[in-house]
Design a protein around this ligand. Structure first.
Ligand SMILES: [Zn+2]
Length: 385
């Protein structure tokens, strides 16, 4: 078991090393950069023309691009990843935040007091958050899980505190960290999302902005931040810098159907063009490893994830509550063993009961036969008389 543990650790470190070198700024400022360039010699980029992005922005055809499809059968479980710890997210309404329609997304500027203080080697400072969405008919998340899109996706963009600002960090290999959450339709209105969506009408025109009161931004993310996927990728908009350390939470966020429709229907870009379907298609992995902080659970299609690093992951994962998982080398969970044992016990009991019942029936039928013979015999006797 020890050699396997060592091999797993070695492979994990390889995956981490290859993942970290390239990073880029996340969509926020990158989107702005893209627009500024487009005013110069570069063409204006659009979502309906994604294949041509690389003509103006070389990095868009790199080998560490985002978003990606997360194939849950092929993620490497790494429960040793440090949990995400956020600080300063609980803003008060005394602080005001700028909400912007930048022609590509709905973006909220965030103060530098909001930080990721644990989860990475460095502290990361918040810059902005924004959304990706589709239409009523087309779900618009950027990342997919087992090829399934969610209705929308939130990105909270941070830059490495060792750089002076977002613009400087954006092109550095360890420059950016983005927290991503999937948005689904739920039964109730999400009052936290309403703090943004109630002002969306004020920014319906491209390049317009407004101020909204601060609130606890943590509530825009899923309640459980402990279960996440991690990989190294890029900005999902030009200039596609490959400098983003991505964290995609497993638990999704719910908003009401009406709230999602508000996000899908309100904004305009390029004068009267409707701003929707602002998501990039999943990009090829090119050998990149996707890590997950948690073990096997049934995926979207009810299959079970089979993490490649079984032995050491098993022992490391034992302390995680409510985390049922399959052994790495196709082994069994404690539940599987118990179920099998109970099954065998049940079968043996059933068999014994059937044998007993058969013997009883045999005895009884012999007795009945005897009784019948007695009756016939008696009747015969009577007839004789
Ligand atoms: Zn984004």
């Amino acid at each position: 078991m020890l050699p396997w543990t060592l091999l797993a650790l070695f492979l994990q470190s390889l995956a981490l090393n290859s993942a970290s070198p390239s990073s880029s700024e996340e969509d926020g400022s990158s989107e702005k950069d893209g627009r500024e360039r487009s005013k110069g010699s570069h063409g204006h980029w659009r979502y309906n023309d994604q294949d041509s992005w690389a003509m103006d922005f070389h990095d868009c055809k790199g080998k560490s691009q985002s978003p990606i499809n997360i194939d849950t059968r092929n993620v490497a479980v790494d429960p040793g990843m440090a949990p995400i710890k956020l600080e300063g997210y609980d803003l008060t309404d005394e602080e005001s935040l700028k909400l912007i329609n930048n022609g590509h997304t709905l973006q909220l500027s965030l103060p530098g007091s909001m930080r990721i203080v644990s989860g990475f080697d460095d502290v990361f400072v918040a810059a902005q958050l924004h959304f990706h969405w589709g239409t009523r008919e087309v779900p618009g998340s950027e990342h997919t899980v087992d090829d399934v899109h969610f209705p929308a996706e939130i990105h909270v963009v941070h830059y490495n505190s060792k750089y002076a600002n977002f613009a400087e960090a954006a092109s550095r290999p360890d420059g950016l960290a983005v927290l991503a959450g999937f948005i689904q339709i739920g039964l109730r209105e999400n009052e936290n999302y309403e703090k943004i969506l109630s002002s969306i009408k004020d920014v319906s025109i491209e390049d317009s902005d407004t101020e909204i009161p601060g609130f606890n931004v943590l509530h825009l993310l899923p309640a459980n931040l402990g279960r996440f996927y991690r990989y190294n990728g890029s900005l999902t908009t030009p200039p596609c810098f490959q400098t983003v350390n991505w964290t995609i939470f497993n638990e999704s966020i719910t908003v009401s159907r009406t709230q999602l429709a508000t996000l899908e229907d309100t904004l305009k870009a390029d004068r009267d063009r409707h701003l929707s379907k602002n998501f990039r298609a999943p990009q090829r992995l090119h050998g990149r490893r996707v890590l997950s902080s948690f073990g096997a659970l049934p995926d979207a299609r009810g299959r079970r994830v089979n993490p490649p690093f079984s032995a050491d992951v098993d022992s490391a994962n034992n302390g995680v509550p409510g985390n049922e998982r399959v052994g790495a080398d196709g082994g069994f969970t404690r539940g599987d063993v118990l179920a099998t044992a109970f099954g065998v016990l049940f079968f043996v009991t059933l068999l014994s009961f059937m044998v007993y019942a058969f013997q009883q029936q045999k005895k009884y039928s012999r007795f009945k036969k005897d009784a019948r013979q007695n009756v016939i015999y008696q009747q015969a006797t009577k007839e004789d008389i």
